[in-house]
Design a protein around this ligand. Structure first.
Ligand SMILES: O=P(O)(O)OC[C@H]1O[C@H](O)[C@H](O)[C@@H](O)[C@@H]1O
Length: 438
């Protein structure tokens, strides 16, 4: 088996004794059992559990075929979606590719530029994107499970018009890929009427658990990343977390630690990374844990920081503010790129002590120093070691967090697979907008 990600919880020992951890075993294992036996609340949304093993092979072939077509006929792919129909693909593409992927020259990047939209109501963003798109050949992947989400529907209407003006209705229809429900929703209806290529979000897979369906796989495949390795990583992690004992089980340990700490009064979990390209992995994680666990006036608030960047803004609070925080660090063990710090004859900036060391060496020292400082400052710390920044590792990470989230939600006696709370603002907004009642 390839190198596995490791979950390290030495940094919570001052807050959770061995005995306490042991005493929590029955609770954590009962939650795991409920998940595995599909007996818990929301058990009609567990399609993600077997997906890395039992995905629809024919659908995957169609996804790869569509990706090749887009790569051949488009300089730009617009990915329209929000929440679970957005964050996974963006997380993967930013984690796996060049930091300036869209800005690379045609020699350096042979796959289309990928822009995301429909993830806000910002007219500035849409207008600016329209400028950037200009006259370039493009395709659209519109993604919405419900098929009715306002932000993505508005963006789609705007760029569909542009597509039809550029190519004519018939050719435009060949450049739209709709990822949506098998049969419900306005998007599905429109796709059938207009003859768009459709990909299905299975009924039993919720948005935040959907990156390994066409939702994520199509844009990720268009970017040239290896979707088979992504699925393989998830499948290997699936086996591990389903089979491993309590002590050895990364997802169950993570779920147990965060729930014990929640019960001790911690209120916020900060997910920290030391690689800028993990920013959207954190955004993806925030949706996963926020929508899954923020219920019944309880749950850890999921927050995220990019380090060392935010040490210069949030560092003070993390070190010395209200002691309501726990921290989970994502540590990429081997940076995919190496940059050496040059020596200078005259040591004006006093940096010669770092000459010929790598920037990653400095980064790791910052991480070690910060972890020690935060622990001393009263923050329990967990760490996830990611051996590499590649598809296989990311597949593992996705599944690790999913499984832990299911277990964690059942420990907290909530349904981790619904999100009724997000409808409240929509009702108000529709009333203000005067949306006709059906
Ligand atoms: O895929 P869609 O139906 O467009 O939904 C997109 C997102 O918006 C909703 O409001 C939910 O809170 C999310 O769970 C969902 O992922």
């Amino acid at each position: 088996m390839k190198e596995q990600i490791q979950f390290v919880d030495e940094g919570v020992r001052d807050w959770i004794s061995d005995e306490e951890f042991k005493n929590f075993q029955a609770t954590a294992e009962a939650a795991k059992e409920r998940l595995m036996k599909r007996e818990g609340a929301g058990n009609d949304f567990l399609g993600w559990m077997d997906l890395p093993e039992q995905y629809d092979r024919d659908e995957l072939r169609r996804i790869k075929e569509a990706a090749r077509k887009i790569q051949n006929d488009s300089r730009v792919l617009l990915v329209i979606g929000i929440g679970g129909s957005y964050l996974g693909a963006r997380a993967a593409i930013e984690f796996l590719h060049h930091s300036f992927y869209n800005s690379l020259s045609d020699d350096e990047r042979t796959t289309p530029k990928i822009y995301f939209c429909g993830n806000s109501n910002s007219s500035k963003y849409l207008a600016d994107l329209m400028d950037i798109l200009g006259d370039q050949d493009f395709s659209i992947n519109v993604i919405s499970k419900s098929g009715t989400t306002t932000e993505s529907a508005v963006a789609f209407r705007i760029f569909k018009k542009k597509l039809e003006e550029k190519y004519g209705k018939e050719e435009a229809a060949k450049r739209v890929y709709a990822t949506t429900d098998r049969q419900r929703g306005a998007l599905k209806k429109m796709a059938d009427k207009e003859g768009y290529t459709c990909f299905v979000i299975p009924d039993d897979v919720g948005g935040r658990y959907s990156v390994l369906t066409a939702v994520g796989l199509l844009p990720i495949a268009v970017s040239g990343a290896d979707v088979d390795a992504l699925l393989e990583g998830a499948a290997d992690m699936r086996r591990q977390v389903m089979e491993a004992s309590y002590e050895e089980n990364p997802s169950v340990r993570y779920a147990a630690c965060r729930n014990i700490l929640l019960r001790k009064g911690k209120a916020v979990e900060v997910l920290a990374n030391y690689e800028t390209s993990l920013h959207y992995v954190s955004e993806w994680w925030k949706q996963l844990y926020g929508e899954s666990e923020g219920k019944n006036q309880r749950g850890l608030f999921p927050a995220a920081v990019d380090l060392t960047t935010d040490l210069h803004s949030m560092g003070q609070y993390m070190q010395d503010g209200a002691r309501i925080l726990i921290e989970t660090v994502m540590n990429v063990e081997e940076s995919p790129r190496t940059v050496e710090i040059p020596a200078e004859e005259e040591d004006l900036d006093g940096l010669n002590y770092l000459a010929h060391k790598t920037v990653d060496f400095v980064n790791k020292a910052a991480m070690e120093g910060t972890i020690a400082a935060h622990e001393e400052g009263g923050v329990p710390i967990m760490r996830i070691d990611l051996p590499r920044q590649d598809e296989y590792t990311l597949g593992q990470l996705f599944y690790f967090f999913w499984f832990a989230c299911g277990v964690s939600g059942y420990i907290g006696a909530i349904n981790p697979f619904d999100q009724p709370g997000v409808e409240s603002y929509k009702r108000n907004m529709f009333a203000i907008l005067g949306k006709p009642q059906k």
